[in-house]
Ligand binder design. Structure first.
Ligand code: ACM
Length: 539
């Protein structure tokens, strides 16, 4: 049910009439008579605590109008003919990240509960302005309105896998800009994989000199093939700091993921002593095929020291409270075959290898807690008992969430059936008819399937709903060799993600979203994004 406005007119129906292409759609929109005329003369007045938000908005407006946007803090009593005001209202009882925006013929005022709220408000304003830069007309009318907006979830995430393929920092920044445009606020940065370790760790230089490079990669269309080309790359710590700061300015938290105990072949190839050296045929290498691989860390003190040292550098680089330690797809064959691993199980009273994995994760959780950080892991981390403070990221059956919710833990919903953007968005045959480079891992996820997913559907009561921190889509990049392909898989499905993360499920209307998507896609096009064309027509 759509809540009735002050004027008892259904919001979304009005939105469609007024033709504003906002995604995510704000909580409440009250249209009024008249409009504000935006022009190159429009300047920004800001509370001095909002200099960052003002600077970012000014840069966007300059791109739009082609001329410098003037700005001044409130203390400087400068007169502007036409202005956007950025201010804070800390007494607001709405959630963090909320804001109100008032557009009258006299000007635009964005009032945030916090700087993040102001920033999300500026993104709404940008979506109300023309897509094409520089603006083709000298002025643009923004309808007079009042928006009261607040996010449904605090975790509005996107995973980007830089392990399978490596992408330049500039592409990542461009992606962060687009996440911000849609009010997404968590970039889950998947940095280590069997096929490549991508983050410089000063104490262990071989992680990158050895672990960041593989000898070959399967070409598109040949999953068991080899292109025979050395491939790799990594982010230096200076680059990581640069990206973290770039994201933070846009109120996006980067949550780093360092995989353990599985998906660790590249790390073990760099430091073979960290693996299960006592098994027959032990010969780790950076993997050249996709899939799940047997090389997993050995439960040795030496391994824990290594992982703690790595995580110490990671915590120094990433201010995020949450640190993701992977935990998925760790085959237990090597632990079964390793006399040493079996000895650890016996000494620690662990009844099987799943309990050994939990022992492993618990030790890491304790270490992260000593640094005031919180562990996040894929849903396998509960298989041998879930650590008390861990957040579980659900990627398999959504019902796995109940295991965590039953124990009082928090969850983030990232299910492969609804939120994996490495799946086909059009029927496979149709994609492959365009060329082998359109190959995807499999699966089928249309814009409307993602849109219709409700992250809170597994909650059995309001208390459980509160422990669903949010929702995240995944860009696993086995079949995304370059940035153009990443964009093709991400856009426009990212818009559906943004709306389910921001808008309460009971307010979503697919027909309205699909119509607004047309307008939003014109922004993607103006920004040169290699988006897909969604199959489903506007109804
Ligand atoms: C995953 O897709 N293995 C989390």
């Amino acid at each position: 049910m759509i809540k009735q406005t002050l004027f008892s007119i259904p919001l979304l129906a009005l939105a469609m009439a007024q033709d504003v292409s906002l995604i995510p759609y704000p909580r409440d929109v009250y249209f009024q008579n008249g409009s504000f005329v935006f022009s190159a003369e429009t300047s920004i007045r800001y509370d001095s605590r909002l200099k960052n938000e003002s600077t970012l908005l000014a840069a966007e407006l300059k791109r739009l109008t082609g001329s410098e946007t003037r700005s001044a803090s409130e203390e400087m009593k400068i007169f502007f003919h036409s202005e956007v005001t950025l201010d804070l209202d800390e007494s607001s009882t709405l959630k963090p990240g909320s804001y109100t925006m008032t557009v009258t013929p006299e000007g635009v005022k964005i009032l945030g509960k916090d700087p993040a709220g102001v920033f999300w408000g500026t993104q709404t304003l940008l979506q109300l302005l023309p897509a094409k830069t520089p603006m083709e007309t000298k002025t643009a009318d923004i309808p007079a309105l009042v928006i009261k907006d607040e996010p449904e979830y605090g975790w509005r995430g996107m995973l980007l896998d830089c392990g399978r393929h490596f992408f330049p920092l500039e592409d990542l920044k461009k992606f962060i800009d687009q996440m911000a445009f849609h009010k997404l606020n968590v970039l889950h940065w998947h940095l280590t994989e069997d096929q490549g370790w991508r983050i410089e760790i000063k104490k262990y230089p071989k992680l990158t000199s050895v672990g960041a490079y593989r000898d070959s990669t399967p070409p598109y269309g040949k999953r068991l093939g080899d292109d025979g080309k050395r491939y790799g790359g990594f982010y230096t710590q200076d680059q990581v700091k640069d990206l973290v700061a770039y994201a933070a300015a846009r109120h996006i938290t980067i949550v780093p993921e360092i995989e353990m105990p599985g998906h660790a072949a590249a790390a073990i190839a760099a430091y073979p002593e960290l693996g299960n050296t006592d098994i027959p045929g032990y010969a780790p290498k950076v993997m050249t095929r996709w899939g799940v691989h047997p090389y997993i860390f050995a439960p040795k003190e030496e391994t824990f020291t290594f992982l703690e040292n790595v995580l110490t550098e990671v915590c120094d680089l990433f201010p995020s409270t949450y640190i993701h330690i992977g935990g998925d797809e760790a085959p237990k064959d090597q632990w079964k075959a390793s006399p040493f691993a079996q000895q650890v199980m016996k000494a620690e009273g662990l009844k099987d290898e799943n309990e050994l994995q939990s022992y492993f994760i618990r030790r890491i959780e304790k270490f992260l807690a000593s640094k005031n950080r919180s562990l996040v892991g894929w849903d396998e981390i509960q298989e041998g008992g879930l650590p008390k403070t861990a957040t579980m990221m659900v990627w398999r059956d959504v019902n796995w969430a109940h295991h965590a919710l039953d124990k009082g833990n928090n969850v983030v919903m990232a299910p492969n059936a609804f939120a994996y953007l490495d799946h086909y968005q059009h029927p496979e045959a149709k994609e492959l008819a365009k060329g082998a480079e359109f190959e995807a891992i499999g699966g089928f996820l249309t814009v409307d399937t993602l849109y219709n997913y409700d992250p809170a559907a597994i909650a059995r009561n309001p208390e459980e709903k509160k422990r669903i921190l949010g929702v995240q889509a995944q860009l696993w990049t086995e079949y995304m060799k370059d940035w153009k392909k990443v964009e093709y898989m991400a856009f426009p499905r990212i818009a559906a993600l943004a709306e389910i993360a921001w808008v309460p499920a009971e307010r979503k209307i697919y027909g309205s979203f699909r119509k607004r998507l047309e307008g939003v896609m014109s922004f993607y096009d103006a920004r040169g994004i290699n988006r897909a064309v969604p199959d489903n027509a506007v109804k």
